[in-house]
Design a protein around this ligand. Sequence first.
Ligand code: ARG
Length: 260
Amino acid sequence: MKKFLKVTAIVMVFAMLACFAACGSAPEKEAEKETLVMATNAAFPPYEYKEGDEFVGIDIEIAQAIADKLGMTLEIKDVEFGSIIGGVQTDKFDMGIAGMTVTDERLQSVNFSTSYATGIQVVIVASDSNIKSLDDLKGDGSMKFGVQQDTTGDIYASDTAENGGYGEDNVIRYKTGADAVQALKTGKVQAVIIDNEPAKAFVEANEGLEILDAEWAREDYAIAIAKENTELLEKVNNALAELEKEGKLAEIIDKYIPAK
Ligand code: ARG
């Protein structure tokens, strides 16, 4: 094995030297577009979801518009929500765009762009449930709360009662919001805490569910970028400001969230 590695290393060094010699003197080719790698979790309509094999949604279109402005090719990686920040931190991804809420805790790990949307945490229950208001939600073991793992809904709900949560033991974490909603339909959980726009999409797609008429928490969505990558942060913020000024941002959001 060691020998194999050694041989591989020597071959690689030669290949690199050969490339330096050849590539260096080669006539300048048309510069290839650099890739802008975005990580998302495409189970979060209307921000990001799949239509067949295609990624669609507000975040996808905003990311594409930013890539266009930067003259880059957008590449989309669909990953678990909880692995986006780590991947951005380690440069696996250039940016995370996933209806991601700016929180103090996340700000310890990454930088965030200026905010491009507002999210509200809401509660979905079964229409025939006797949970009718936030006051009916109890962290006393009498009900279970479904959330998407590692989201703010998860973080808030799992917190202690003193901090406004329902206690970790009463929260069941799912890979996607859709899975949590499925668990609500089959009675495994009695309430799902999730962002308002996906909540609306899920309630529309599933009979017998409704959203409690109350805001659980209000938050800002922004783009996560590695702390060291201040150059990209600035470019993204400039692009967002231009998109805002051109009315493009509003146009994208209106397309997916028609004003009533
Ligand atoms: N806004 C919430 C958060 O930042 C949920 C985001 C979930 N996004 C997704 N693409 N699944 O934690």
